[in-house]
Design a protein around this ligand. Structure first.
Ligand code: APR
Length: 249
């Protein structure tokens, strides 16, 4: 682990690049929520790291054809730590930076809603949200807590009997094109893209890192885009973003 002094030098370097940039886009991943008690996927204690088979459950075709997989998915949703998680200093720092007009586009792969709960607005949720349920047949939507309160292990749509799923993007499922197009526009318009807590391994979102004029990566581990980044900051996201927000006010 790097010494605190080195980390804060890197945070100061990031604050310098951030302050000079005429417009900044930020892309976050699961790494920003680990300090809120929500596991990431590919980090040392990540969901896929600990249980490589689990990823298959998140394939849309498996979910649609296998009632047992859906029952397990609903049990996981019920137990999801996101329902009680609180935004951490990283989320709060980004909300403050957005508030002081230091972030023009905020994009996330996270489905936990913590950016919004920290006070961020206009968050582009590229992989959807667990806070809503959608009927895969008729498209009707409900707040997830309402559907969980029905206490059924594979609740059908009350309007058409269709299969219900949280409004998240599973493997094999298309992203919302309007959200993705807004993310591409925001990244191309930005002078600087800062990626935070993402291993940049899942497309099409990872490809945003290749669209940026200037790229900074804040992540504990290597990503495929490190070589293209002007700066790579390996520190704890909460510490680094809080330091940047302190410097930029
Ligand atoms: N400080 C710095 N880096 C951290 C921290 C932290 N506190 N916690 C985790 N990280 C880093 C990990 O080292 C890892 O490289 O965050 C990164 C998270 O990467 P992933 O777990 O791959 O998460 P993400 O990139 O968001 O995954 C993208 O994959 O499984 C799908 O749909 C899912 O949206 C997700 C997508």
């Amino acid at each position: 682990m790097r010494s605190r002094g080195v980390l804060m030098d890197e945070a100061a370097a990031l604050a310098g690049l951030w302050a000079q940039a005429t417009s900044v886009a930020v892309l976050t991943g699961a790494g920003i929520s680990t300090d809120s008690g929500i596991s990431d996927f590919r980090g040392p204690n990540g969901l896929w790291t600990r249980n490589p088979g689990a990823q298959a459950m998140f394939d849309i075709s498996v979910y649609m054809r296998d009632a047992e997989v859906r029952r397990q998915a609903w049990a996981n949703r019920r137990a999801n730590p996101a329902w009680t998680a609180q935004p951490n200093r990283g989320h709060l720092a980004l909300a403050a930076l957005q508030q002081s007009d230091r972030v023009q586009t905020l994009m996330t792969q996270n489905i936990d809603g913590l950016h919004q709960r920290a006070g961020s607005r206009d968050v582009l949720e590229l992989h959807g949200t667990i806070w809503e349920v959608v009927c895969m047949a008729c498209g009707l939507r409900w707040p997830t807590p309402e559907v969980l309160a029905r206490e059924e292990d594979d609740p059908p749509c009350t309007a058409c009997g269709g299969i219900l799923k949280t409004a998240t993007v599973s493997f094999g499922q298309a992203l919302d094109q309007a959200v993705l197009e807004a993310a591409v526009r925001g990244t191309k318009r930005a002078e600087l893209l800062v990626t935070v807590g993402t291993s940049l391994q899942v497309n099409p979102v990872a490809g945003l890192a290749g669209l940026a004029d200037r790229l900074v990566i804040v992540n504990a581990e290597e990503t495929p885009y490190d070589a293209e980044a002007e700066l790579v900051v390996r520190g704890s996201i909460s510490d680094v973003l809080a330091a940047v927000a302190d410097v930029l006010g």
